[in-house]
Ligand binder design. Sequence first.
Ligand code: GLN
Length: 561
Amino acid sequence: MIKKKNSPKYIFVLGGVISGVGKGVTASSMGKILQDRGYTVTSIKIDPYVNVDAGTMNPTEHGEVFVLDDGYETDQDMGNYERFLNTTLTSDNYMTTGRVYQGVIEKERSMFYKGACVQVVPHVPLEVISRIKTAQKKAKADCVMIEIGGTIGEYENILFLEAARMMKSETPDDVACVVVSYMPIPSTIGEMKTKPTQHAVRTLQASGLWPDMIVARSVLPLDAKRKEKLSFFCNVKPDQIISAPDVKSIYDIPINFEKENVGDILCEVLALPKRHANYKKGELNRIAWGKFVNKVHTSKTEVKIAIIGKYFDTGDFMLSDAYLSVIEAIKHSAYSLNKKPVISWINSGEFEVSKSKTLAMVRKSLKDLSNYDGVIVPGGFGARGVAGKLEAVKYVRENKIPYLGICYGMQLAVIEYARNVAGVRDATSKELDSDALHQVITIMESQKEKVEKENYGGSMRLGNYKAKLLDKSIIAKAYGNNVITERHRHRYEVNNEYVDTLKEKGLVFSGTSPDGKLMEFIELPKKAHPFFVATQAHPEFKSHPLSPHPLFVAFIKASSR
Ligand code: GLN
């Protein structure tokens, strides 16, 4: 095989045994390690489902929908990549089975294949490879991290494994395969078991691939005995088997991986120089990361934040996945201020009178909000849980608890203010009651036809939009700028017919679209409330450990007072 000089390197990250053991964080951490060595890194996430993007999926089923600058609605792992690599990614960095097939079918319809019989193999994996290479070229990346969703052995991701196999057989020195696998420690046995991973690797071998590295995820570190066993049965050198026990913070992982020599091993496997001309820049990044992680471990003064949402339940379990970026943004800003964030998730249903609850019970749980230093109502859709959110917003406004409203959290704050301060008693949103008289939140003009035609996929107001901020407002001070750009994901907006009434009653519209037509931010003056700020945008998507988001920093500062 001819070794190409300076050819880009591709690292496939695959999951063994079960999902949810941190493939995304592993891929992000490995990318970060290579970045610290001065390499330009980009990341790709492949999701095997048929949906063309993640936008139409219920968050309780799939977790957060992460929106990119260009408006593409993706999986939450894309957020991990942006946060770990301190970068922004584009729709070229994400694909699903649906999107790949859509691409193949469009090409076929335009005679791209020149009359050939278009087949699942090789045409589909070739389309995958072409997309991977496009992302590499656009990012001018030395190294591309590619996470294949799901686990080895699933029917769904087989065509993506085939793409990896095709790439590895063509340029073996440029392609590495990392298997992130789970080692259970059954309580009845009390011993860490390697057998499930052995099976996963055998199944991978049946696809013509083999691991260059195994990341052994478990509650505890891997001992020498199990390392030997895995090495013997999986054809991987013992030093290429990485112990990855549970950690206190995901941001520890790049540092732990360096201790396990992951960077050197990857460079060796990929025939990359262990250092690079640009190493100095990477070194600065590494130091900044170390400082951040140090704060994660040493910050003592607590700041208690409540997130009031509704996408928490899955069967008998509670998951916070739907609000991942909000949670991470709180952490970034709190640690940057040397504060220890204590985050609680509250189901907004708790603040609603129901068959099982009396008004007294609801009042009591609303009072519990006083135990928090700050409250966030994040994005959301539909009527379920809204009544409770409105009660909570009223409570924090009246009791002067710092409040940050995000997207739906801003729309509901406007409704609450209209109802309880501006005297529009039956104020509501068109999303909640399409025939209501006082729709203080209404559908955007550009969205009407889409909703009528039931064109729901990728059709919201999505991605980056500019806003101009009011001079000397709380938010302008926080951003340190009067023109800002944030990512969006919504169909509804403040109804301008009510803006004057709300203004007269003290609500400040402190940020609008550049043409002044769309209300992007609201706030209450400092003399009325210590921190009552909300935005139509999703600032959480732009917060990174090394660049905490200014709005979250301002919110945590206010919450710490
Ligand atoms: N449901 C609201 C809208 O579509 C808010 C969306 C959100 O919070 N992301 O406008």
